[in-house]
Write a protein that binds this ligand. Structure first.
Ligand SMILES: C[S@@+](CC[C@H](N)C(=O)[O-])C[C@H]1O[C@@H](n2cnc3c(N)ncnc32)[C@H](O)[C@@H]1O
Length: 336
């Protein structure tokens, strides 16, 4: 088969249609309805509340992307290798990411051209305010965002948490720890560890219930606040997972300085982030870099960039450990 540059480009340009088709699958619960096995198209359409003639056409398009299997002769549709990731609660589920990206990130990206010109995140323009301020006004959006972060934690970052070297650590603060999912996992792995999950008050509000459900509420507490003002302390370890990439350098340094101000002497800092040019799956890091450009004005960073940022705020970069996924663990120590 000859694939011309124009045909390749049309596939890329049609990415927005595929994104929306995947979103429709996630939103209507089509993937959930197929978890138990292939079904007749008409039966599936009725169960999902969609038109069967249109579902047939959607399934054909997404079968070519390995999301569905479609037996046109039998008129049966099933889940392809990628389809289970759009179902709820499967081990590789990124359904909440599909919901979040299409419900919050999709529209701002229509303004990317202007962002390239003036550097103002598209989200600021389209949402009328910075993304996290906008998000905070609607508890349902906060819940979708935290659920999407939990999906990413489980699918992209879990091995980063597993590889954190917390030997000798007594207390850890998870800065921007959302609903506490990451800290709960660390507390389960390290029975003597005490922890504080710190995030904006309306986000961390979901943490106490999660911590109780995971049986770690006696050792992990939830604190609400603004990390540009201060962070809790003193602790001997600080974790910031997917935080500093959200912000431009001056804001990232401010967060690091607030960690320095709160931390115990010699405290260790673990950043779970991408490192451009290192780690596996560079295309995910590049995609996140674009996300940061459009949504927040943050960025992904190289090793040298991380080293400079950390040094500016008084931390020494000790090492960068790649993980099996796209994330790296950037380890640093607070300097006297
Ligand atoms: C990309 S999410 C990462 C969440 C979590 N660490 C994870 O890896 O799943 C960024 C987090 O930073 C939090 N955040 C944003 N601005 C904040 C602020 N000014 N103070 C405290 N937390 C903030 C958000 O509420 C959100 O939970």
């Amino acid at each position: 088969m000859t694939v011309t540059p124009a045909a390749d480009m049309l596939r890329l340009l049609g990415g927005f249609e595929i994104s929306q088709a995947l979103y429709a699958v996630a939103r209507t619960g089509l993937a959930d309805l197929l978890l138990s096995g292939p079904r007749p198209v008409t039966e599936l359409a009725e169960a999902a509340g969609v038109r069967s003639d249109l579902l047939r056409r959607l399934a054909r398009t997404l079968a070519a992307e390995d999301v569905f299997t479609l037996d046109e002769a039998e008129d049966m549709v099933g889940l392809g290798p990628l389809g289970t990731t759009l179902a709820t609660g499967t081990p590789e589920s990124v359904r909440n990411v599909a919901l979040m990206w299409m419900e919050t990130h999709y529209l701002p990206f229509a303004e990317l051209t202007q962002t390239l010109r003036d550097g103002i995140p598209s989200a600021d323009r389209v949402l009328g305010q910075p993304f996290f301020d906008w998000l905070g006004q609607d508890p349902a959006k906060v819940a979708t965002f935290s659920a999407a972060m939990a999906d990413l934690l489980r699918t992209l970052r879990q091995d980063a948490l597993a590889s954190l070297d917390l030997a000798g650590a007594g207390s850890v603060v998870d800065v921007g720890g959302a609903d506490g999912a990451a800290l709960a996992e660390l507390a389960e792995r390290h029975p003597d560890l005490r922890g504080t999950v710190f995030d904006l008050p309306h986000v961390v509000a979901a943490a106490p219930e999660l911590l109780r459900a995971r049986g770690v509420a006696d050792r992990v507490t939830a604190v609400g606040g603004d990390f540009f003002a201060s962070v809790p302390g003193p602790a001997d370890c600080y974790l910031a997972c997917f935080i500093l990439h959200d912000w431009p350098d001056d804001r990232a340094v401010r967060i690091l300085e607030n960690i320095r101000a709160a931390a115990a002497p010699g405290a260790r800092l673990f950043l779970v982030e991408t490192v451009l040019g290192e780690g596996t799956q560079p295309q995910i890091a590049n995609l996140m870099d674009l996300t940061m450009m459009g949504m927040l004005g943050g960025r992904e960073r190289t090793r040298d960039h991380w080293q400079t940022l950390l040094a500016t705020a008084g931390f020494r970069l000790d090492r960068i450990r790649p993980t099996k996924g796209p994330m790296c663990v950037v380890e640093a120590t607070l300097q006297p």
